[in-house]
Design a protein. Structure first.
Length: 232
């Protein structure tokens, strides 16, 4: 059977050669790729993760991503995302509720500003790690690795634009395009049932890629579309 694994710690072409060399004597190594950082082997029996990582340790500081960690489910797994989102909702609500009325247009803009600023900050804490993780499922980052380094700054720019309300229509159109395209990569991975880590919170907070990630992206698309319609 053919098995594919995500490898953490790969940063250059030399890494692929080291990993291939370390595993060749133990498995039939079909392929080792950098973008995305994946290993594909052929074996009669799936090896234990500890066994694979033991062989990889000879090559360097590489690690097979644990399927147990990625297959976690339940609301507790996504607690960091829910907590951050609730904080952003709370701030946007406090700023836009006046008496019994709420300014929904301003609320959406402030929510989106907070979302993009906070989520880009987590990515920038370890931008190389984010780029590595993002390349495992984003359609553009898989084929053009530098996009993983550019994406956090796109989110940061959108956050600033929503906060300052400079060129709001162009900002909303850009959000629909960027987040809409990002959601395509998530959909593709979900269809293939890939068990990989979501890069939405960088490498600091670990959550699995799932429908929650897709809802997160599509929510930004929907809100930007509504805000765009309200602008006219």
């Amino acid at each position: 059977m053919k098995l594919t694994y995500h490898i953490k710690g790969m940063h250059c072409a030399a890494c692929t050669k080291k990993i291939r060399s370390a595993l060749t004597s133990h498995f039939n190594v079909i392929n080792v790729t950098l973008h995305p950082p994946e290993l594909q082997i052929e074996t009669d029996k799936p090896p234990q993760m500890s066994e694979l990582n033991s062989y990889l340790s000879v090559a360097g500081k590489y690690e097979v991503q644990s399927t147990d960690e990625d297959s976690q489910s339940g609301l507790s797994t996504y607690y960091p995302i829910f907590l951050i989102t609730l904080y952003i909702i709370g701030v946007a609500t406090l700023n836009n509720v006046h008496g019994e009325k709420i300014n929904w247009y301003a609320w959406m803009n402030q929510f989106m500003a907070g979302f993009f600023l906070v989520f880009s900050a987590f990515k920038l804490l370890d931008i190389r790690g984010f780029a590595e993780g993002y390349s495992t499922y984003d359609l553009l980052a898989r084929h053009w690795y530098p996009y993983g380094y550019i994406y956090p700054f796109l989110e940061l720019s959108l956050g600033i634009l929503y906060l300052t309300q400079w060129q709001p229509i162009a900002t909303q159109i850009a959000t629909v395009i960027i987040m809409g395209f990002s959601s395509l990569g998530v959909i593709n991975s979900l269809i293939k049932k890939q068990k990989i880590q979501c890069a939405c919170l960088g490498t600091i907070l670990k959550v699995p890629l799932s429908s929650v990630t897709l809802i997160e992206d599509l929510t930004m698309v929907i809100m930007a579309t509504i805000a765009l319609m309200m602008s006219f």
